[in-house]
Design a protein around this ligand. Structure first.
Ligand code: MG
Length: 159
């Protein structure tokens, strides 16, 4: 069994869709970034790559690459799951904490878990998503950014 950790943060700006865990949320601001800027999926992708000893998301999907402009981060997660399995590991579980002041994620959390489970080829119950505010403190608390932490566990496939 191996563990990995991931962290990401993106600024909230006008003129962008807000996509978290593959769900488009009704909100006046969205996350800035080269891809769809799905900060939750990026943190999780880094945790999965880290658990398998495969580096990080920036190494596999550079933000200088035109091919990844506006790309759905769920597609990146599908590719990451393929890389993890090619390296001889199966994904055991993943746990994500999203830190944001607004909007509330309670109503969309289950759909996010489903989107991510599907993207990773996992049965339900292996991906857990939580949300917390920053109690009004710092840039996240002022609603200027959203961050996410993730941990993931993988285990070596039996031969
Ligand atoms: Mg990112």
């Amino acid at each position: 069994m191996r563990m990995g950790i991931g962290y990401d943060i993106h600024p909230l700006v006008e003129g962008r869709k807000l996509i978290l865990g593959g769900e488009e949320l009704a909100f006046p601001l969205g996350l800035q970034g080269h891809s769809d800027a799905d900060v939750l999926s990026h943190a999780l992708g880094d945790a999965l790559l880290g658990a398998a000893g495969l580096g990080d998301i920036g190494r596999h999907f550079p933000d200088t690459e035109e091919a990844y402009r506006g790309v759905s981060s769920l597609k990146l997660l599908t590719e990451i799951a393929r890389l993890v399995r090619s390296a001889g590991y199966e994904i055991v579980n993943a746990d994500v904490t999203v830190i944001l002041q607004r909007p509330r994620l309670a109503g969309s959390r289950a759909r996010m878990e489903k989107n991510i489970s599907r993207a990773l080829g996992l049965e339900e119950g292996r991906v857990n998503i939580k949300a917390t505010t920053n109690e009004g403190l710092d840039a996240i608390g002022r609603g200027e950014a959203i961050a996410a932490y993730a941990v993931a566990a993988v285990e070596g496939k039996k031969i």
